[in-house]
Design a protein around this ligand. Sequence first.
Ligand code: SAH
Length: 272
Amino acid sequence: MNPSSTPPGAAARPLGVLAALPQELGDLIATMQAESGVVTRTLGRRDYHLGAVHGVPCVVTLARVGKVAAAATVSALIHVFDVEAVVFTGVAGGVGPDVHVGDVVVGETLLQHDMNAEPLFPRHEIPLLARSRFDADRALADALAAACERFVAEEGVALAARFSAALPRFETALPAVHRGLVISGDQFVASAVAVGALRAALPDALAVEMEGAALAQVCYEYEVPCAVVRTISDTADEHASTSFSSFLTDIASTYSTGILRRFLVSYRPAQR
Ligand code: SAH
């Protein structure tokens, strides 16, 4: 933390860190337990874990799956826990042509691909909000992307050796870090037809998941900076559920641990 940004006597506002599923948080709660101890508050069937990780005061929680779950959880982070910013970490299906299983996508813009109030509003536009795309906070996204690049540079070779059985592409290529459009909807996308339709409708989409754009909408409405990082667990086609399940068990937590550690070690409050 940068002490100069916190007035003497004022408690620093925490950073909200959330994921949908426990594996996607990596070792975050264990690290918090070891560093500061954890105070847990339960609210709306969710556990919010308060403490410090790598010197950063954090509130860590699981949103569970889907847009409503993400929106409700981030609202609590904002209103009950007064977070200064929110970071979402997890896995996603690859949509962009060069996005492969094992790559990482940092969201620069987020959109709800299943929002459709046509003909009253243009496709994907959130009614009465006059926009379909929500930007991640630039500084947070830059910091997350830098953490991902460091993770791949420092651990990519070991990752490739460890996971090449699951990810044959790792025999020749290290994971890539992409930045751009992440799309969200209340569907696990698991067919060539479905992912093809998303590509046709949104040619710049890199990854599809089920929470990020809901979080980004709420953060936009309350002017809270947010960012989303997703490791690609599948390519949203017929193999998606098998790929997703094995990736989640073996690999997702390793990525989240490595990326979040590097992000938090260099985190400075109020990175706007
Ligand atoms: N709880 C279930 C289902 C998880 S749904 C289970 O554990 O099996 C998939 C989760 O991973 C969502 O949180 C979503 O954000 C992300 N995800 C990964 N691949 C996806 C895909 N192809 N389509 C949509 N979401 C995907």
